[in-house]
Ligand binder design. Structure first.
Ligand SMILES: [Zn+2]
Length: 435
């Protein structure tokens, strides 16, 4: 009881208004679609008016096409130009509201999409972000103040020693560095599970899978009090989900977001990926390759508005209503970064993460990464385990040629380790073709 009170006080000191924001999200998730749409629309109108009045880039590009905020309709909004990463890189100065800049926070993304960007966010961004994350944590059975075990690895998220200690108290949990997953760190995580009894385990999808595999192979039964597991930052394949659930025997709730706009969508107990509709407007735009790209507008950020931002992810819309009764819209699926899509010999698209199936039954493969430097070529980077032989390579080659087409040029490389990206994320498939 006391611990919860301390947690609540520290959390609200660090993230002002967070519990008020979370409270209103807990309510609005049960609103009707129409009510939620009305809220989005009023926030969008205010954002567009502000961007036109105070942000030179929007003022100019919208004037050029003859758009004025008074003309805003759902149709005219869809005609507005998309905001590309390249534009943020080259025209950052033009994209900010000068008056708000003094009070803004600087943020950046790593190179996971091949295009690192720097940007500004309002001071209140972390409160908005964590309010949405806490709402989702609650779907998994976590209660505010419960301890959490994290397998996470972004250095800027980890912060310095003092910040870490404060974070630890606020989170009531512990963070295992996903950069350096080793027997020692897995043992620390297991010890935390058994002694502190967190109700939530969260982390990079691949890190949680690695932890589950470690526990599974150790053969010991673990006594835990987890209500649910939240994975994020990487695509979670059905195979990865199965592995995790097999070991922990609790449901996995995947979530999807990014540093630029925060939490985008999160899975409920029915498995639907619900969009964070109160804070974002998500659109799906068909592109030339027959893909549907996710376009996001952040309804809150004023200092550097992200309006119709082309985030670089491929997904689908879904018109379905969810059995959980929440009015939040449902995203069909996120099939990965555009940089995780590979091309077969005929130029057809293959979702990189789906190719994990090729290696599923091969115990002699420790880790693998598929890299496509250019169309028609594929490099298989593979860390071998005991029992790997020339026959294994032949088997993999055969499977890949069947999927990619006989004309595909496939080469094998055998490094000792495959490094994670600077953010600590591990990517199974990387393509240079779409950039
Ligand atoms: Zn639902």
């Amino acid at each position: 009881m006391m611990r919860r009170k301390i947690w609540k006080t520290l959390t609200s000191l660090r993230y002002p208004k967070i519990f008020r924001l979370q409270g209103s999200l807990e309510e609005s998730q049960w609103w009707s679609r129409d009510q939620i749409r009305e809220l989005q629309w009023s926030k969008l109108k205010a954002l567009v008016a502000h961007a036109y009045a105070d942000v030179p880039f929007y003022r100019r590009t919208w004037s050029e096409i003859g758009f004025h905020p008074d003309d805003l309709t759902p149709d005219s909004f869809r005609q507005l130009p998309l905001l590309k990463k390249q534009t943020i890189k080259l025209r950052a100065d033009d994209l900010v509201c000068r008056e708000l800049l003094r009070n803004a926070r600087f943020n950046s993304t790593g190179g996971s999409t091949g295009e690192p960007i720097q940007f500004y966010q309002d001071r209140g961004f972390p409160s908005i972000f964590y309010a949405a994350a806490f709402r989702h944590n609650r779907w998994s059975g976590w209660r505010p103040g419960d301890p959490v075990l994290r397998l996470w690895g972004n250095p800027s998220d980890l912060g310095g020693a003092v910040r870490q200690r404060i974070s630890r108290i606020i989170s009531g949990g512990t963070t295992i560095n996903a950069f350096k997953l080793s027997e020692e760190s897995f043992e620390r995580a297991r010890h935390f599970l058994e002694t502190t009894k967190p109700t939530l385990l969260t982390g990079y999808s691949s890190a949680v899978v690695a932890f589950a595999e470690y526990l599974g192979e150790s053969g010991r039964t673990i006594e835990h009090n987890l209500r649910g597991i939240i994975t994020s930052a990487e695509v979670l394949t059905p195979e990865m989900r199965r592995k995790i659930q097999q070991v922990f025997k609790v449901r996995v709730y995947d979530r999807y977001g990014c540093r630029e706009v925060g939490l985008i969508a999160s899975q409920c107990e029915y498995g639907s990926l619900h969009v964070n509709d109160e804070n974002l407007l998500v659109e799906y735009e068909e592109t030339t390759g027959g893909l549907t790209e996710i376009i996001v507008t952040d309804l809150n950020n004023r200092v550097m508005p992200f309006i119709r931002y082309k985030i670089g992810d491929v997904g689908r819309s879904s018109i379905r209503n969810c059995g959980c009764g929440r009015g939040l819209t449902v995203m069909g699926e996120v099939s990965g970064r555009t940089t995780e899509l590979l091309l077969n010999a005929d130029g057809g698209i293959i979702s990189g993460p789906a190719l994990t199936l090729v290696f599923k039954d091969l115990r002699e493969v420790r880790q693998v990464q598929l890299f496509q430097p250019r169309a028609g070529e594929l490099i298989v980077r593979l860390v071998r385990d005991g029992g790997y032989s020339h026959d294994t390579e032949g088997l993999i080659l055969g499977r890949l040629l069947e999927i990619f087409g006989a004309r595909m040029q496939i080469q094998f490389e055998y490094p000792d380790v495959i490094a994670s990206e600077s953010s600590g994320k591990y990517r199974f498939a990387i393509s240079n073709v779409h950039n």
